[in-house]
Ligand binder design. Structure first.
Ligand SMILES: [Fe+2]
Length: 300
């Protein structure tokens, strides 16, 4: 029983037309299908499925999906979630041409969908370079999602569901001066984080949705592409202190923050205990001395 990774996220956007213009013309996604006020978009030329679902009205994340290897595994996750008191629901409408999935809500309200993806490639061959076939910013894949919480109890409750219900491991926990959770990074597999948690203002559901870019050269080209279309970065490019991935962040039309992420590290070995660090003793945001912007505690 194993989860693959984040396979899609559904974001609410304030203006679907503006959001589509940005996500298609500037980010370089393509429309896969639409159903009513939902539009399904893909960045991956190898994957027929959508990685992003945009829904008209509001901001933040409505739901996100993790791939599972087979339909049989859904039953095992249902049983595991039931043990910790999480109510699950069988869904037949979570994604186009995806007849079976299991959905439940996190204590912070976001819906998590477990989606059988037996056709997903086992790994990406490094020799198959798709960069010349991408448009705009041209991310290679959806990378990770960082959801918002507003107090310590919420963060711990979400982490409990992810670890005990889904088998996630916590890679890092970052504590504030009061020894409360300021942020945490959790993983489904062997990359440092698939689902992050960052303390934000009450009512927020999303801190950022991250897209995979190839390297620092891609970060530079992406920033140039964004700037020439009138979209300036909130912060970056830089390297995070926790995790160490390369980052750039921007607020996108529609009202949500995206990250462009490269060099996400892999976890060595089978350790399950997180690294715990504290504000004032370690710079979680930047490995290079960049100042975390004031706006970074704000989610959507
Ligand atoms: Fe991130």
């Amino acid at each position: 029983m194993a989860l693959q990774k984040l396979v899609w996220a559904e974001l609410a956007v304030t203006d679907i037309d503006q959001a589509l213009e940005f996500n298609i013309d500037v980010l370089g996604l393509r429309e896969v299908s639409r159903e009513g006020r939902k539009v399904y978009l893909s960045c991956d030329i190898d994957d027929p499925h959508a990685q992003l679902v945009l829904t008209d009205g509001g901001t933040g994340v409505r739901s996100f999906a993790l791939g599972v290897d087979s339909e049989d595994e859904l039953e095992q996750f249902e049983a595991r979630l039931a043990v910790i008191g999480v109510t699950t629901e069988r869904r037949s409408d979570a994604a186009p041409e995806q007849p079976t999935s299991v959905a439940f809500h996190l204590p912070t309200g976001q819906e998590v969908v477990l989606l059988p993806r037996p056709d997903r490639p086992l790994y990406r061959h490094p020799g198959f370079d798709t960069s010349s076939q991408r448009r705009g910013v041209g991310p290679a894949d959806i990378d990770h999602i960082t959801i918002a919480f507003s107090d310590d109890a919420e963060a711990r409750a979400v982490a409990h569901v992810l670890t005990h219900g889904l088998g996630f491991k916590i890679s890092d926990i970052f504590l504030n001066a009061d020894d409360e959770w300021q942020a945490a990074w959790t993983r489904a597999g062997e990359v440092h984080h698939d689902v992050g948690l960052i303390r934000c203002q009450p009512g927020a559901s999303l801190h950022h949705l991250a897209w995979t870019v190839d390297n620092m050269e891609h970060q530079k080209r992406a920033a140039d592409t964004l700037a020439s279309a009138g979209h300036l970065l909130e912060t970056g490019p830089g390297r995070h202190g926790v995790g160490g991935n390369l980052y750039s962040y921007l607020w996108t039309p529609g009202g949500n923050r995206y990250e462009l992420s490269a060099e996400m590290p892999r976890i060595l070995g089978e350790r399950t205990d997180p690294i715990v660090r504290k504000a004032g003793e370690f710079d979680a945001f930047s490995a290079w001395g960049a100042t975390r912007p004031e706006s970074f505690t704000h989610g959507s």
